[in-house]
Design a binder for this molecule. Sequence first.
Ligand code: CA
Ligand code: CA
Length: 320
Amino acid sequence: MSNPLRAKQQGVALVTVLLIVSILLAVASRLMAGHSIVINQHQNTFEQNQALQYALGAETLAKQALFEDFNTSGVGVDHLDEIWAQPVLPFELDEGGYLEAQVRDLNSCFNLNTLAGSNASEYLRRLKLMMRNLGTPDQLADAWKDWIDSDAVVQGFGAEDSEYLLAQIPHRTPNSLITHVSELSLLRNMTPEQLELLLPHVCVLPDTDTRLNVNTAGVHALASLHEDITPATVEALVDGQRNFTDVAEFINVNQDFTPADAALTVTSEYFELHAIAQVGDTSVTLLSLLYRDPNNGEVTVLQRDFGKLFRSNIQFSTES
Ligand SMILES: [Ca+2]
Ligand SMILES: [Ca+2]
């Protein structure tokens, strides 16, 4: 065999080997990349699950605190100095990350579902008053009543399906109790600015006749009770320490509330836990609606929402 032919064969063999090596390298790097994605996916799933378990742990802790408050530490009264009302300061988790939780009393806000109950006209009057106090048009209260009342009859400045079906994105009214406060944003003529004003003072409970806890209620929820009660008067009351043991004691020092005494209480049945747990690069937020049975203090989870942005209530002073 001549030398040029042999050299040519050797060249072909070398190219073949190089080709095989480069294919193997490509396959290996593809496998490595795939493997790395699988590892990251597993790590994310693992961290997500750990964060979820921490958030659910916070929920269990809140249930326990509310149960103990009912039976031992805070019997017969609920106020903001009790243990359940104290936020859990953010604390570091062993896995790297943190957990923070807070409980809010929901007998402190205006329950929007009350406009679908047997006492709807009274609650409509209160919602209108609250809207006027907040500087939003009280016609929105008519629209809200139509949104959840069972009939399809337009009342006042309200609106029913006939109007919402003509909207740019046609939709229907639920005509029943609702489960999420975000439905307010679907009301006809509701602007984002008006929604932002209303949201801190309203809530949604599976109940159509909810009393306000005078020890925890906010300024606008209390001021909505009667025309003679102004937000300015209530501000002084809310800023002070509130630990009334019964409604009569409260009325005795706050005579303006006499016409609304049937709407008041000093204990609460509905609460909301909001927690955030972060593990590694993953975080889970949990908003749980809790009901505490007024007969035995047993606490039940009615609803869980994993989509609500967590906003801490903790305020640090510059010195601390
Ligand atoms: Ca209590
Ligand atoms: Ca309706």
